[in-house]
Design a protein around this ligand. Structure first.
Ligand SMILES: *Cc1c(COP(=O)(O)O)cnc(C)c1O
Length: 357
């Protein structure tokens, strides 16, 4: 006899769900969630405060967020009809799977990668076809994806990938888009930290099955505001309109994100500092005995070291530094992901890692 569910109300299909756990605890140096330690530049923050001051809090937000969509569309050279905004990129991923996944449909997921895809696939009843990355380099197995694509409805390609930091080959994405009918979702949550030309934005104009996910949570330092967006063909935008919760992006988030778009140049100095610090951190971590470091195009670094789980606990408890422990994730044995913070935070990480070694 089947074991009785511990929760008699829970839908049977969801009984094995493991809730997303970012592993958060209060520490001095918080480098576990790929947030931007620099936050929003002061004058931009003042502009955000002014933008939210006069807002009617008793009125529902514009359900279409049209002013924000227009600002995003102008920035990327597309039309309003090619933009969806959401309560964080996460909501957009959820809605993509609701609209284009579901029972009898298949998502290609390329682990190790962002675990939210698999979780939301399970919630929405979408089949997952896993096409693992190379176990050593974490490069995509492009031949295997090419073959699997015929059976897929959605292909998630994370570039830069979280938590491994590497980019997808855009020439290959271009060929894949031509050869498959599946919807290709390029998750570019970290692309602002990569070199010029890393984005697949140009593929939007060329293909009717490519969409690009972006967020204000990382480079724009607005993780607390919960706003992300998708650039996509009109048919994808229309499909998502049907499933989305109309007021998920609140009035303050819409106003704040608009200022972020208008003042996007003001975020470049912090992004440049993070990029430079990333290279210094890679060098510093590489110099520590027993630590393997992967290159990164994002604002975080993946490392492998002996007894990583214990190292994570000691960083937290002895040094008040929180990094992300992936040591129990398949394919990421003994791996930790360290967000690149301010120079002071990064120095503390290097000192602590040296003390552990
Ligand atoms: C952070 C992240 C997102 C989106 O985050 P939101 O805060 O929900 O906008 C999407 N994809 C990846 C890979 C991420 O790491």
């Amino acid at each position: 006899m089947a074991q009785e569910s511990p929760n008699p109300w829970l839908a049977p299909a969801l009984a094995t769900l493991v809730p997303y756990d970012p592993g958060f605890t209060q520490v001095d140096v918080l480098l576990s969630a790929n947030e931007n330690s620099f936050g929003v530049p002061e004058d931009v923050r003042a502009a955000m405060q002014r933008a939210t001051e006069g807002i009617a809090l008793n009125r529902y937000p514009d359900p279409m967020a049209n002013e924000l969509r227009d600002a995003i569309a102008a920035w990327h050279g597309v039309s309003r009809g090619n933009v969806v905004v959401g309560n964080g990129g996460d909501e957009i991923i959820f809605n993509l799977l609701l609209a284009f996944g579901g029972a009898g449909r298949t998502l290609i997921d390329c682990p190790p990668t962002f675990s939210i895809y698999g979780l939301y696939a399970q919630i929405t009843g979408t089949n997952v076809m896993k096409v693992p990355r190379n176990a050593d380099s974490f490069e995509l197995d492009t031949d295997a994806i090419d073959k699997a694509a015929a059976q897929a409805n959605i292909i998630m390609i994370t570039s830069p990938n979280n938590p491994t930091g590497n980019l997808a080959d855009l020439a290959w994405v271009d060929r894949l888009a031509s050869s498959t009918k599946a919807l290709i979702v390029m998750d570019e949550a970290y692309v602002e930290f990569a070199d010029e030309g890393a984005s697949s934005v140009a593929l939007l104009r060329k293909h009717d099955n490519v969409c690009i996910l972006r967020t204000f949570s990382k480079a724009f330092g607005l993780a607390g505001v919960r706003c992300g967006y998708l650039l996509a063909p009109q048919a994808v935008v229309d499909g998502m309109s049907a499933v989305r919760q109309p007021y998920s992006v609140d009035v303050c988030a819409q106003a704040i994100a608009r200022v972020a778009v208008e003042r996007r140049e003001a975020f470049i100095p912090a992004i440049e500092t993070i990029r430079a610090q990333r290279e210094l951190m890679i060098e510093g971590l590489n110099a520590i005995e027993g630590v393997r470091v992967w290159p990164s195009a994002a604002n975080f670094i993946l490392v492998r070291l002996p007894n990583a789980h214990e190292a994570h606990l000691r960083l937290r408890d002895e040094h008040s530094i929180l990094v992300r422990d992936f040591s129990r994730t398949p394919g990421l044995d003994n791996c930790l992901r360290i967000t690149v913070g301010t120079p002071e935070e990064n120095r503390r990480v290097l000192d602590a890692m040296e003390a552990l070694a």
